[in-house]
Write a protein that binds this ligand. Structure first.
Ligand SMILES: Cc1ncc(COP(=O)(O)O)c(C=O)c1O
Length: 347
């Protein structure tokens, strides 16, 4: 087996945290009722409720795309529309699954930094009641965003207010919700339950799980069809205990926070060092675990060749010369310092 040096391409490129693997091994004992009717699932649901409140209805699924798309399917009918930033994962990286599986129209909004504002969203709430137009039903934001920026609780509340004023709902793609909460030093519920969010996707895989994300309903009544939607879309795990035990390990103690704040700290270390390198600029404020750096085109190739990982980073914008550098729970200070040295040499 060849070695697998760490890189910065994705927080999905890291493995599973040892405490998650230990939880899976511990759950691998005896027979347990399948499909979620088991005590591991009950315990995981309890952990979600500790964080998000007693009315939270969590449903575990296999991945983040499934969480987003099935949440939208539960929230919107096929003649309804979802307002989201143009950079949203569901708009650019889900292969049209929201359109095909949830059947919704996406109303993509250009933003400066991946963040939708209530003013920008309000501009897209038009032609309500007009039978010729898709009807706006959901506002969807990503927290943290795909550009590494973070919404404050007040910004989320403003979007929730706007949505509710128009009888719409607010969905959050929380693939990196833990990173955002750790970055702002607030509890997870400050960015969801307490900010008026109706439904969110909760990322596990990017924060140390082997596999598993979740859809969490916060507004009573919205979840009622979800068990059928999840099964019909093939996201119901038969051996649910293995998803559940991972969430219990993540959320039952502080693992979610340790992993996320470590990844964020590595991103800040990287951003601080990059600020001192001539001819390299940060493309967006570094607020969570993603760093976007713009450098001369010819240096990108040199940097890629100099780094040990097989895919050390993604080129985010070829024209601008921007690369995406993601930090994760197992990124080390040495990894960051090695990258910085290679970057300085490449430019
Ligand atoms: C913001 C965001 N949402 C959702 C996902 C989807 O995750 P998955 O690849 O598990 O479907 C990703 C993955 O990169 C993401 O970055």
């Amino acid at each position: 087996m060849t070695a697998h040096p760490r890189g910065f391409a994705s927080d999905n490129n890291s493995g599973a945290h040892p405490e998650i693997l230990a939880a899976i091994a511990a759950a691998n004992e005896g027979h347990v009722v399948a499909y979620g009717d088991d005590d591991y699932t009950a315990a995981a649901r309890g952990c979600f409720r500790q964080h998000f409140g007693e009315t939270a209805e969590p449903y575990m699924v296999f991945n983040g795309t499934g969480a987003n798309v099935l949440a939208l399917e539960a929230l919107a009918r096929p003649y309804e529309a979802v307002i989201c930033p143009a950079t949203a994962h569901l708009n650019v990286d889900e292969c049209g699954a929201p359109e095909r599986i949830a059947g919704v129209k996406l109303l993509a909004v250009e933003t400066a930094d991946g963040k939708l504002t209530s003013d920008l969203a309000a501009e897209r709430i038009t032609r309500v009641g007009d039978q010729h137009a898709s009807q706006p039903r959901v506002v969807s934001i990503s927290q943290a965003t795909e550009l590494g920026t973070v919404y404050t609780p007040d910004e989320i509340s403003a979007l929730a207010e706007l949505a509710h004023e128009h009888e719409m709902v607010l969905h959050v793609d929380g693939a990196r919700l833990a990173n955002a909460a750790a970055a702002l030093d607030v509890p997870l519920r400050a960015l969801t339950t307490d900010a008026g969010v109706d439904v969110f996707s909760f990322g596990g895989t990017k924060n140390g799980l082997l596999v598993g994300d979740a859809v969490v309903f916060l507004r009573p009544g919205l979840a009622q069809d979800f068990p059928f939607i999840r099964k019909q879309s093939m996201q119901l795990a038969s051996k649910m205990r293995f998803l559940a035990t991972q969430f219990e390990a993540l959320l039952g103690g502080d693992l979610w926070h340790r992993n996320a704040s470590h990844a964020n700290a590595m991103a800040h270390r990287l951003a601080d060092a990059i600020s001192g390198i001539d001819r390299v600029q940060l493309a967006y404020p570094v607020q969570a675990n993603g760093v976007f750096a713009t450098l001369p085109g010819e240096a990108i190739q040199r940097l890629g060749d100099a780094l040990p990982a097989s895919l050390p980073f993604y080129v985010w914008d070829e024209v601008a010369g921007t690369i995406r550098l993601m930090c994760t729970w197992d990124t080390t200070e040495d990894d960051v310092d090695g990258l910085v040295a290679a970057l300085a040499a490449a430019v």
